[in-house]
Every structure is written in C-alpha cells, then in structure tokens.
Design a protein around this ligand. Structure first.
Ligand SMILES: [Zn+2]
Length: 210
C-alpha cells in the first residue's frame, strides 16, 4: 500500500508572512468548508472509527490524541528550521495554514490521504490542506486486521500527513522516492509516496534529500 499525495495546481492566495516571523498552523478537526474541495460537504473526523491495538478507539482518548498530534507536528517543523505555533481551531491568531481533517475518503481515490495546494511550476503555494480520515482508515486495513495500530502509531500517521501537507503550503515539493529512499529511521517526510509502515514511523525533513 503506497500512500498518494495530491498537489493541486490552482491559483490561490500567496502565503502570508506573519509579523513575528512565527507561522501559525491551525488544525481544524471539524473540517469546515474547503477551498480545495468546494463542492464537497465536509464531514468531521470520526475518532470512533479508528481502532486501537488492545481495545477501544481514538474517541476514548480524543483530547490526548489531538494534542499529541499537534505537538508532533511542531516538532517536525521545528526540526526543519521552520518556526511555527500549532493550535487547534478556533483561534484568533493570524493563520498561515489551516489543516482541515475530515472523515471523507478522498474524492480522487488512489489511496490519497491528504491534499494541499502547491504549484511547482510557478512556485505558488496556498494556505490550506485537507486530510482524508476514511482513506487513512481504509489504508490501515489493507493487509492488516483492524485494530493493529497503537495509539502512538495513529499519532505518527496523522502528524506525518498533516506535516507533509503543511510543508506543501510552505513551498515544499515532493522528493522522488528513487532520489532519497528511506534508510533505517531516516524517512524523508516529503517523499512522493510512503508505505503505511513508513507513515507509522518517525519522519522528518532530511537535509540530504535536498
Ligand atoms: Zn505531497
């Protein structure tokens, strides 16, 4: 199972640069309306649909899960030298990137678990990403029984995909897998296609991949 990411070539607003130099990334767990997918009715992430090894679902530890993902995203972006503040919606801050999480399967199919605006041709990038919960849930079950993912696995999967799509909105493109294949624990977060096993692992922006 190879995860697909989408890069949409749309003419959207250029990214804002906040006065403090600190970029604000907001996680909208109720999704809200999306500029990337304006014809679809957003459905909030269904935490109860994600089974956890040993019993229960993410709904049982929803607040803990949301915050663990938030903290992990900040760690990944900090590691890339990008100063960010990651918050949950709603917020009064001037927002650079909104990551909308929905239970939809991706309308594009093809194992796509997230999309964001970035146009490598003209260097334009947007300020919004969408994460597809149902597609992630289906991918988990590809070749595995439901409930094999631990709580920490789920944190890694969601933090990795949210960070990957956020990096698109900051101007990062894909790294071809052939140019920088994963080596042990060194997994480039902007690879064009991760396995779900790699999505459950620690990922980061690797200098050697650019
Ligand atoms: Zn991507």
């Amino acid at each position: 199972m190879i995860v697909r990411y989408a890069m949409l070539s749309l003419a959207l607003a250029l990214v804002c640069v906040c006065a403090t130099g600190e970029r604000v990334v907001v996680l909208d767990w109720r999704c809200g309306n999306s500029m990337l997918h304006p014809n679809l009715d957003p459905e909030p992430l269904d935490f109860g649909s994600f089974f956890v090894a040993g019993g229960g679902t993410l709904a049982d530890r929803k607040v803990e899960f949301m915050d663990a993902v938030r903290v992990r995203i900040k760690t990944i972006l900090d590691g890339a030298g990008i100063a960010v503040r990651v918050e949950h919606a709603p917020t009064d801050a001037e927002v650079e990137t909104t990551v909308r999480l929905t239970q939809w399967a991706s309308p594009a199919g093809k194992n796509e678990i997230g999309s964001a605006h970035y146009d490598p041709k003209n260097g334009r990038h947007g300020d919004e990403a969408v994460i597809f919960g149902e597609q992630i849930r289906r991918n988990e079950r590809y070749g595995e029984a439901a409930g094999e993912y631990t709580f920490d696995d789920w944190v890694a999967v969601f933090a990795n995909v949210c960070s990957h799509e956020t990096l698109h909105t900051l101007g990062y493109g894909h790294v071809p897998r052939s140019e920088c294949p994963p080596d042990g624990s060194d997994i480039e977060i902007m690879l064009d296609g991760h396995t779900m096993g790699e999505m459950r692992s620690e990922q980061r922006v690797l200098d050697k991949c650019r």
